[in-house]
Design a protein around this ligand. Sequence first.
Ligand SMILES: *Cc1c(COP(=O)(O)O)cnc(C)c1O
Length: 713
Amino acid sequence: MPQTIISKLSDLSRNLWWTWHPEVIAIYRDLNHSRWRGTNHNPQLFLDRFEEWEMMPRAEELAIDSRINYAFHRLQEYLSAPRLKSLGGAGALMAKPVAYFSAEFGLHESLPIYSGGLGVLAGDHLKSASDLGVPLVGVGLFYARGYFRQYLSADGRQQEVFGQTDIEHLPLQRALGAAGEPLQVTVETREGPIHAAVWRAEVGRCTLLLLDSNVEGNDEFNRDLTATLYGGDRRTRIRQELILGVGGLRALRALGYNPGVLHLNEGHSAFVVLEQARRLMEHNGMAWDDARREVSRLTVFTTHTPVEAGHDRFDDALVESTLGPLGDSLGLTHQQLMDLGRVRPGDANEQFCMTTLALRVADYANGVSALHGRISRRMWNKLWPAKEEREVPIGHITNGVHVPSWVAPSLMQLFEQYIGRDWRERIHEPETWEWVHQLNDSELWEAHQLLKSCLIGFARRRLVAQATRRKEGKDIVAGASRALSSRALLIGFARRFATYKRADLLMGDKERFAALVSNADRPVQFIFAGKAHPADEPGKEKLQRLFKLMREEPFQGRVVFIEDYNMNVARHMVQGVDLWLNTPRRPLEASGTSGQKAVLNGALHCSILDGWWAEAYDGGNGFAIGDRSNHVDPNVQDSRDRDSLFRILEEEVLPLFFDQDANGVPRGWVRMMKSSIASLAWRFSANRMVRDYLAQCYQPASGAAHRSGIMSL
Ligand SMILES: *Cc1c(COP(=O)(O)O)cnc(C)c1O
């Protein structure tokens, strides 16, 4: 009997489906809470540390059999449910699935192959595709050392530490070739071949393939290519991208997948279009021009940033040494190859840009919010000089988040109770969320208060651990254990410490900031988190200034910083704060998704009208900082936005939050929580997003529906 339990638990841990099913997570947690935490919520590592003699009595004591059996049964049911049940069928995609390429996938903190928003979006895309039954297979890279972990030194300097993931404790299995042998793919360069092993992860009903260059037969440099995410020099980067795009498609084909759609999540994987063209030329005898047209027909490209540095560029020599052999098999001269990635063909001074290649080839291109679509059309008008800006063939599909991954389990229970057991299937429908208006004010408020104290507990644990590691004095450690108060308005700010995100906007007026946090009647407190890119010196300086400020009165214990922002920290924060703050320099935030996670959980969103918020804010479902104008001088804009932010906090947010009835329920605030959830949850869900991709890109690209031309602009 215990054997069955253990093997069922181990089966459950091998499909990442568990990451969005809190009833499974609760089993691990109940078995041993501190060990569950201590293993970074990694079920395989967790189970490995259990001896059978220990598991059996514990399982019996908890009468856990039935919960395990139930979860196991639910997974089997999920895996065997008919595909595309609710989507009216998409026959062509069944035989020829979507191949979704991304340099990072954020599925769970225990699988550290992501750095931030792009990866988490890709993870959420996969999970929603699985829930909806869209035939889709993900392709990425396996980074054995992941992305850096962040610590702050005693003087607040960011320290970057790379771990070493133990692959045995990850839900990955070697993909096997036709003869049952471990599959290996090879890509050629002018400097010799690069080999890569292929791992597979199961994400519900979707498979994710991860390529790994750490194999025998590669020299030292090549073995390390995929070791770290966004690490290494330009040569490392272009080789990673060769493995992702070209190696990725070869892996798919070797495993019997015949993708009908190629979806490039950002430009990193754009070389895949060249490999697909090569295949068509080799196997179908097509000429380059025809092959290229054919590839265009099935390629979807999503661009993610209006920031110039976010677009990968490579010089002549690197392109030649890396892509030369592929260019030869396409019958292209070096000049022709380079021109595919250039805005001005023939301009020897222009580098090869991955975004340019992707935009030149893909018939379907989109930005990730309505505003970002507009900005992208302006930015890339140069590729279509004969067209008006509004005719540039880049549309938009606004990002969304995978609701079951980000909503608190206690709220999920409310959903189940009020919406019904099938709420997961109706996430994208506006009517689904009407229920919140029937909800009793105090019931919603109470649920939120519980989540808030949970976050405060989490923050205190982390703050104590951080202070201890920094060898702070006793008083600082003790202070950390009492930081934050559940009575204060709790504001969350967590994102990359990039300059344009302006984490220091409030710090720019220290006096006003101090007045805000030290007001005895209406106290405000802040939790900050986020990593600066290792090469971003200004970002690190901002972080250090924040660190110093937090040690001064009146900020101490009222403004705190949680180190090592990851999906776990994000989940706690978005589930427990009262207000989520976002202060990008417009229009540089392409979409942003953390605010979407927060509103699902009843936090109110207070943001610049940028990215998704520019189309989401309706005047009554949150707060808007500034208007839609941009001053040419960023310093002027910063000070205007700072002013606007303080004014909104002082005049709108605080009065609403602290106007509480005899039972401590802020009626007006709760009313706004409800209209926020009702108006935003469905619209900014990944289920709505994936359905949009299906209808506007996947189905037309696969020939499953009539082509409706380029997406609506
Ligand atoms: C959601 C998420 C992000 C993206 O949030 P933004 O609003 O785009 O900054 C980044 N990192 C983590 C860990 C996340 O969970």
